[in-house]
Write a protein that binds this ligand. Structure first.
Ligand code: FES
Length: 123
């Protein structure tokens, strides 16, 4: 199996995210409960970058329309509920979603060895 170096372990800190490039794909690295996780830095709503979103308890909230995702599993936890941080009334959420259905983030397998984080495979 080929491995691709992503980052120094020390730069991946608990409660923070780090955007890195891997073979032309932008990823978000995070450390949750000591484990390093990687998901694609691309919101499934409009494909916009997520890395500047708010990180809380192992989740990240999209800075554009508020969708929230688990940073390790990529699971969608909330879908389109705001615009630039301003809450949307329930009736208008489907308008802003523009027909896009809730979807998870693409997840990547990583390992941490000798102070370095590696990408193992794309899943
Ligand atoms: S681009 Fe992320 S919720 Fe719209």
């Amino acid at each position: 199996m080929t491995r691709l170096r992503l980052a120094d372990s020390a730069t991946v800190r608990e409660g923070e995210v780090q955007a890195v490039q891997a073979d032309g794909t932008s990823l978000i690295l995070s450390r949750i409960g000591g484990k390093v996780c990687a998901v694609e830095n691309k919101c499934p709503h409009f494909g916009l970058p997520l890395a500047r979103g708010k990180v809380v308890d192992g989740t990240i909230r999209c800075p554009w329309h508020g969708s929230r995702f688990d940073l390790c599993s990529g699971k969608n936890l909330d879908w389109v509920n705001s615009v630039a941080g301003l809450p949307l009334p329930q009736w208008s959420r489907s308008l802003v979603a523009m027909g896009k259905q809730p979807a998870p983030l693409r997840r990547f397998e990583v390992s941490e060895e000798n102070g370095t984080v590696f990408l193992l495979s794309k899943s």
